[in-house]
Design a protein around this ligand. Sequence first.
Ligand code: CMX
Length: 136
Amino acid sequence: MKPSHIEHIGIAVSNLESAIEFYERVFGLKCYNIEEVAEQKVRTAFFKVGETKIELLGSTDPDGPVSKFIEKKGEGIHHIAFAVKNIEEQLKHAEKQGVNLIDTKPRKGAECLDIAFLHPKSTSGVLIEICEDKRK
Ligand code: CMX
């Protein structure tokens, strides 16, 4: 599959506003975008760290995946997103390798990316997102 880089690291937080304030105050990073992804039941806040972003994830619904994650595991790293080219082909490749796909087709995520998730049960317990910016 050969991802080009880590596009972002998603971090589940209980309180988005106070987590943004923390990242700005302690690390001197600037939150440059806050975006709701209604389909995923999250609000996302982005910071750039070199080529990689930190994506803070605040849940908008107690039944959403981020709420369920925090309930079970507490706040923390929720997923790692790999930037790929030709995401549809990469999904087919992953499926052929026996990976359990959460998304068999890409969907729209924050920042206009096409995204798809691989199930943590087939990736050593880490939720992996692959994503592609088709505008590039
Ligand atoms: N990382 C690692 N493991 C995870 C996980 C995560 N982020 N989320 C859930 N799991 C584990 C659970 O701990 C649980 O493990 P056990 O069976 O050992 O207890 C197992 O996966 C099943 O978890 P669950 O709470 O019963 O939840 P579901 O099976 O209903 O859903 C998952 C799990 C991963 C399929 C679902 O959360 C999902 O589809 N995630 C992808 C979408 C998403 O997370 N969106 C939010 C971010 C959006 C964005 O970045 O824009």
